[in-house]
Each structure stands twice: as structure tokens, then as C-alpha cells.
Ligand binder design. Structure first.
Ligand code: SF4
Length: 338
């Protein structure tokens, strides 16, 4: 069950980076909400603004060069951007935790994983050494590390990539946060291990009724775990939808391109369709629809007018559905794309 009040609301967020080439508009008016018990996937290529959005929520952006030019990030109704550093630090880890892509560099190589997990309880919960070690083993069990008790004194390099990512999940779960942000949590893993780690995350999210934001460039990994998806391109949301609606009837040509580039077992031997071209330089975002230089359905209006993210209506109506394409109706009725 989802409560009505969102856990997190990102409202008209603008983040810029001041570079030698000019101002890079990394996040350009992004708004979304996440409720307790909901998994939201934030999808996009590198440079789409998805990770910068996550870092802004966590308060870990390097400022400068980054600058939050506008917007609000409300967590349980309170604007994180208005809080002092100490108050934000308390929320980070205890109420909002993050899982990074690269577990090996996120873990300290010279400390045992048990020590690093136990430290969370010693520092934040003031537990004794014995109590905190027992909690570390409990967490390792929770994330299904075999023989947790025997391995608690092992170092990060003694675990496989998948097991290390489970340890990162354990660290994020340690203080039972309300919201976890996982930034490409399975990118470094092979496909089978990816699926196991995703299943574990989804299972814990359901069991603890947390909000989960899953940042990814890979539409294939979120199909079974996300409730809703926002698709980002050049710092903006170009489509948002419940996951099944997005797979069935995408309402934006960029989403169509991403779906066509997912490998499929039933099309063995066929070349994968790739979206032509590259994402734009964020200091020189194309006028009109930023996707127009790569879009197979581009028209004159696309070069001149920026399509707003508008609600998708008609048969596909849903409070979650929106598309920033002048031709979303044609996308939905199949006159472009399919
Ligand atoms: Fe393509 Fe035009 Fe839609 Fe942009 S607005 S995605 S260029 S059809």
C-alpha cells in the first residue's frame, strides 16, 4: 500500500556546472515524486542528468563547480536544500541511503567487511563492539551472503563482485532508511548476477516498505522491479509512465529507441537497433526538442519549439503518464514508431 503523501518530491530542479566551455545545464527542470513502497526507475544515457539528480538528492554534489540554480527537493515534506549541512548529514544514511555502482572503490580495502558494517552501528547507534559485530552478521545474512558468520572478518577483495554489491546493499540497509537511491547498482556485474542482485533489492524494498530510486541506463534490468519509470534526456524528463505502459506503448521516440536496443532472445542472430548519434554537449543543447538531431521522426516544429512534458490522455490516461514529444499521440496510436 502506498500512502498519499510522497516520501520524496523533486520539484523543478535545475543543476548547472560551470566549465571552461560554458555553463553545462545538467538538470533542467526535473520534477518527480516517490512514495513509500514504490520503486521508481530513472533511465537515461550518460550525460542525461540522472546521476546528477541522485547526487543532488543525497547532497553529495561538488559545489562548485556544480550549482543548484533552482528548485526544491522535499523529503517527508521538508526541503533538503534549505537545511544546514549537519541536518542533511543526519538524514543521509539514516533516512536516505545510496548504493554506488562500484562496490570495490566504495568499500575500504584495508578493513574487513564486518568492521565496516559494524561501524555503522557503533557510530550511529552507539552499540558496543560485540553488539555491532552481531548486527553486521545479521545484515550479511539479510543480503544472503553464505556463511556470514565465518566470513565477517574477510576483506572486500575476498568477495566476488556480486557479493561485494550485496555488502553495499547491506550497508545501505543498516540504519533501515526510508529511501534508497541505487545508482547503476548492477552495471559492473554479469547478467545472471545482475538479476540476483536486482531481485534481492526488490525483495528488501518490499519487505521494508522503502522507497527505491533505481538509476540506470539499461531498460532491460528494471522491467521486473520498477513500478514507474522516468526517462531522462539532456537534463530533462522526456517520458514518465508506469513500467508496463511504457514497455507496451512508449509515447516518446527516444524511449522507443531504448526499447529497440534491448537484446531479445527471440531475435537471436539479428542486429540490435541502436539510436543513431550521441547525446548532446550540455553546454550546447540543441534548440527545440533536444532529441531532434537523433530522432527519425523529426519535423520542422521539433527544431523550433521545445515540447513540454504533457499528460498523456485518451485511452492511455494515467496520472503517471507524460511525454515531451510534439507527436506523442502518433507514437501511441502507432502512426510513428511501430
Ligand atoms: Fe522526435 Fe520531434 Fe518528438 Fe522530438 S518532438 S522526439 S524530434 S518527433
Amino acid at each position: 500500500m502506498k500512502s498519499d503523501a510522497p516520501l520524496l518530491e523533486v520539484d523543478d530542479l535545475h543543476v548547472e556546472f560551470h566549465t571552461r566551455d560554458g555553463v553545462a545545464k545538467a538538470v533542467n527542470g526535473v520534477s518527480f515524486a516517490v512514495h513509500a513502497g514504490e520503486t521508481l526507475a530513472v533511465l537515461g544515457e550518460s550525460g542525461s542528468g540522472k546521476s546528477v539528480t541522485a547526487q543532488a538528492i543525497m547532497g553529495i554534489l561538488d559545489m562548485p563547480p556544480a550549482r543548484i540554480a533552482r528548485g526544491a527537493i522535499r523529503f517527508q515534506g521538508r526541503d533538503l536544500l534549505e537545511m544546514g549541512a549537519e541536518e542533511r548529514r543526519k538524514i543521509r544514511g539514516r533516512q536516505v541511503a545510496m548504493i554506488f555502482q562500484d562496490a570495490l572503490s566504495a568499500l575500504n580495502p584495508v578493513l574487513s567487511v564486518g568492521y565496516q558494517l559494524a561501524e555503522m552501528f557503533r557510530v550511529h547507534r552507539k552499540m558496543s563492539r560485540k553488539e555491532s559485530k552481531a548486527k553486521a552478521i545479521e545484515l550479511m545474512d539479510l543480503v544472503k551472503i553464505p556463511a556470514a558468520k565465518a566470513r565477517v572478518n574477510d576483506f572486500p577483495h575476498q568477495f566476488s563482485g556480486g557479493m561485494r554489491q550485496r555488502i553495499m546493499i547491506a550497508m545501505a540497509m543498516a540504519l533501515e532508511p526510508d529511501l534508497i537511491i541505487a545508482d547503476e547498482p548492477t552495471t559492473a556485474l554479469d547478467v545472471t548476477v545482475q538479476a540476483q542482485v536486482m531481485d534481492l533489492l526488490a525483495e528488501l524494498q518490499r519487505e521494508f516498505h522503502m522507497g527505491l530510486i533505481l538509476i540506470t541506463h539499461d531498460l532491460g534490468v528494471v522491467a521486473d522491479v520498477a513500478d514507474n519509470i522516468v526517462v531522462m534526456y539532456a537534463g530533462r524528463i522526456v517520458e514518465r509512465a508506469p513500467v508496463h505502459a511504457l514497455y507496451k506503448t512508449p509515447a516518446h521516440p527516444y524511449t522507443m529507441g531504448l526499447l529497440e536496443s534491448i537484446p531479445r532472445l527471440d531475435l537471436k542472430g539479428q542486429d540490435l537497433a541502436a539510436i543513431k548519434g550521441l547525446p548532446p554537449n550540455l553546454t550546447r543543447i540543441p534548440a527545440g526538442c533536444a532529441f531532434h538531431p537523433r530522432c527519425p521522426y523529426v519535423q520542422d516544429i521539433c527544431r523550433a519549439e521545445t515540447p513540454p512534458l504533457q499528460s498523456v490522455t485518451g485511452e492511455q490516461v494515467s496520472p503517471h503518464r507524460g511525454s515531451a514529444c510534439h507527436f506523442w499521440k502518433e507514437a501511441l496510436d502507432g502512426s510513428i514508431g511501430r
